[in-house]
Design a protein around this ligand. Sequence first.
Ligand code: KIV
Ligand code: ZN
Length: 525
Amino acid sequence: MSDVSENRSDGREAGRILIFDTTLRDGEQSPGASMTHTEKLEVAEILDEMGVDIIEAGFPIASNGDFEAVKEIAERTKNAVVCGLSRAQPKDIDRAGEALKSAKRARIHTFISTSPVHMKYKLQMEPDAVHEAVIASVTRARNYTDDVEWSPEDGTRTEHDFLCRCVESAIKAGATTINIPDTVGYTVPEEYRALIEMLIARVPGADQVTFSTHCHNDLGMAVANSLAGVKGGARQIECTINGIGERAGNAALEEVVMAIKTRGDVLPFATGVDSARIMRASKLVSTVTSFPVQYNKAIVGKNAFAHESGIHQDGMLKHTQTYEIMTPESVGVVESSLVMGKHSGRHAFAEKLRELGYELGDNAFQDAFRRFKDLADKKKLVYDEDIVAIVDDEMAHADDRIKVVALTVIAGTGGPQKATITLDVDGHQHTAEASGDGPVDATFKAIKSVIGEGPKLLLYQVHAVTAGTDAQAEVSVRLEEEGSTVTGRGADTDTLVASARAYVSAVNRLALTRGRTKAQAATGL
Ligand code: KIV
Ligand code: ZN
């Protein structure tokens, strides 16, 4: 970590950058990235363990599911501040206050649009009325906690005089963090830095609060803009694991943290994040959202530390620093190793799970161990990735109301292909048969004849967990129904079984999100 010298009056070192993670709010809000309640708890736990300072756990007014998730994360989180989002409306703020009641440290984040285009068309409010709402919302939030963050939505496209007026009033009303969102990912580094500098120089009371960045990635500059904001005086960065979020996403936590850690010479700052936990967090978020991480993604992509070309390999063998600016270990990349085979027992399996960062309850452990034994019977070599796929699959299906019991498929050149499926729906078994244009089509049709027509298939994607023809297939299925988009996943050595499990998982998730989209549309986010 870089040297952090000056200290602030609140005891925090001046160069210490607070990491505000919004994977569970801005990230989860993006179409298809919805997580189950259990998955949200898991993500929050890993964020807390890795040293994230503030976890934005959700938007409590958006749905009962969001409320319950924020509430339980607030109850469980040990170190981080837990934050709930709210519009500038009394009912939103009260709901956020209620959800955060049990948090050791609670923050309410309230926002309202301040740009001309948002005020005129989205809010249909005059600037004076928006300004009044800023004061009223921050004042109300302060009744629940003394940690209140205020954001001018579309801040980077807001007129400077009006932005200064709103920021000043938010501070006077009791806001302790002022976040400046680049909601549409429009700004560029020099401009964003100048904006933060301008606010700190012009607004009375600016020295009493923490300025924060919140940059979207529409032009691919979210991380650069966030770091420029820090150079301009911001001391909090809002970001998400893998950069997930609305449209092109948010600034990626792993990139921000590693840029600061690696380039202390030009970025004399420090975060409290334990970078060695980055990879595990990235994998978890990718798994629970079923959003794959692109191979060449900075820090966490499969190829981020791979050196293929002869010249690079030669250089690496002579000295790793020839082509490596950070070590794989520093972000938690562990060499994939041959772990166990069919003779490995419970003890070795438990040890391996611990090494991979999992802590499973008794039932989940038994189920995962049984799946491991089955896999070891079918597959000669069992790798870490196989175990991760099994455990993630078990966790993804733990709360499912509908489960796949059995599947038989007739495939081949003869056609039409046929599938017979047995599903367990709330403890009752149903069997159906269907033929289709290929085995996957037949399988999905058989499932639909049990659960009924309805959701539209948006995406069907298969990837092999490891090399070899006996590799497990990991399948993602994205379904859409009445504006709700969800992604389900399944893993198995049989691609068709994995496909059926992924489809059924998506159907289970749709049931959980029903009603949520309407509530979200009503909240304007
Ligand atoms: O991008 C944005 O403006 C937001 C706000 C709610 C902070 O996510
Ligand atoms: Zn955002």
